[in-house]
Design a protein around this ligand. Structure first.
Ligand SMILES: [Zn+2]
Length: 438
């Protein structure tokens, strides 16, 4: 009964009776039912004996050897032998082609896997497989729930980060007479920074409750084995971790500290240009031309360029050059301090560098620097933990890049649940073995 063509096609329960090529050059595969189970009533399970009628269905399938083909399955409709059975009659079905399905299961699965594991968009997978958008969306959800673990594996270092989901919405507030934000949509992501599981989950909203809620839903044993948590300087996350993971070491990595210091440099530059020149910066202002060099690390520039930068600032009128130079120096002090990470610095050395930074900030009357010093002071325990461990939230940041790419490719998501599922399948592809060359 089983012939070579049947084996080649590999649709369990269906037998190839013959293949002919139609006028368009497309192979047409004639199929018959080769499965005893198909003769049994799905209602009562009894084997039918009396045929009601014959029917032909044309389920669509994956290409064979790169060629699209047409399936033509001639099947029977049976009378149920049980008089009391509500089914009365039924058509034959096999696992790959359920009743009323116009697609084989494997075509459906391939369309879903192309999105979840292959990184395709729903639209592209629909085009590739010749099916509709809703079919792929549904197949994707089914595939994702099959391949994504319900519970994350143990994590030693957890990363928490926020990512904006779409643009904030603004509305005119009549009473206040100003524009207010009506929707500021954020997702908070939990990332495995130690074992490479990728994104573990995302929750909606940037609140302490959102973070504690997800952590509370994990088992105490899972929470217990977390030794460190990397966050950005966000009090909401800090409060949540203190509450749910009091044993874990809280770490703030250099990335956000550097960002903060650079922002202070830019703010001071803009402010002094505005007050001294009475306008915004432009190409004829030396401080505007060096705006990018000011936020680059001096250790990454040649000595000649650093000299030229300080010379230019000193040559500027004092009320422009001096504040910028002071802020730039404070920023460089902070970078020197952060550079001690992963070098096993001794406490004395670190404290000397920290004191130099604080002294520099205190010696000026620049509010931007005072604010920066206050922030560093507030977060010093966590920054110090970064210097000691070298743990960074770079894994979360990398994940955020993937999240944004997925959102951009999809032209945004209307349904946040879909977005979270798509994001999770995309960010766990490596861990699930889909990006490995072998
Ligand atoms: Zn029956």
């Amino acid at each position: 009964m089983v012939n070579d063509t049947t084996r080649l096609l590999g649709l369990d329960g269906l037998v190839v009776e013959g293949v002919e090529v139609d006028a368009d050059g497309v192979p047409v595969v004639d199929l018959s039912t080769g499965c005893e189970q198909a003769r049994c009533c799905p209602g009562c399970g009894r084997r039918a004996a009396q045929i009601k009628q014959w029917a032909t269905t044309r389920p669509r399938d994956l290409p064979v050897a790169g060629r699209t083909m047409r399936l033509r399955w001639r099947k029977r409709r049976w009378y149920c032998p049980t008089a009391a059975c509500p089914r009365k009659s039924f058509t034959e079905q096999v696992a790959q082609v359920p009743a009323r399905s116009r697609l084989t299961m494997r075509l459906r699965q391939a369309a879903g896997a192309a999105v979840a594991d292959g990184g395709r968009t729903i639209v592209q997978s629909a085009r590739d497989h010749g099916v509709s958008w809703p079919v792929v969306a549904q197949a994707f959800t089914a595939h994702a729930s099959r391949v994504l673990p319900d519970e994350p594996e143990p994590v030693a270092v957890l990363g928490i980060d926020e990512v904006r989901r779409g643009e904030p919405h603004w509305a005119w507030d009549e009473k206040a007479g100003s524009w207010t934000k009506t929707a500021d949509r954020w997702h908070v992501g939990f990332c495995d920074l130690s074992a490479g599981q990728g994104l573990l989950a995302q929750v909606e909203g940037r609140t302490t409750a959102a973070v504690t809620g997800w952590l509370a839903a994990r088992s105490p044993a899972w929470r217990e084995q977390i030794t460190a948590v990397a966050i950005d300087m966000c009090t909401v996350f800090k409060a949540a971790i203190r509450q749910m993971l009091p044993h874990a070491l809280l770490v703030v990595d250099h990335f956000h500290v550097v960002q903060l210091a650079n922002r202070a440099v830019t703010e001071v530059r803009r402010r002094v240009t505005l007050t001294a020149r009475g306008r915004r910066g432009r190409g004829s202002d030396p401080e505007w031309r060096m705006r990018n060099r000011l936020t680059r690390s001096a250790t990454r520039m040649s000595g000649k360029h650093v000299d030229r930068l300080t010379d230019t600032l000193e040559a500027l009128p004092t009320r422009i050059g001096a504040p910028i130079l002071a802020t730039w120096n404070a920023k460089e002090d902070l970078l020197d301090l952060l550079a001690t990470a992963r070098t096993q610095p001794d406490r004395e050395h670190v404290h000397r560098l920290l004191r130099r930074f604080y002294t520099r900030c205190a010696a000026t009357d620049l509010p931007e620097l005072h604010r920066l010093a206050t922030t560093i002071e507030t977060w010093w325990p966590q920054i110090s933990a970064f210097l000691a461990t070298g743990i960074t939230n770079a894994g979360s940041e990398g994940t955020n890049r993937v999240i944004k790419t997925v959102a951009r490719d999809a032209y945004g998501f209307r349904n946040p649940e879909n977005q979270r599922l798509r994001t999770r399948t995309a960010t766990t592809r490596r861990h699930r073995g889909h990006l490995n060359p072998a």
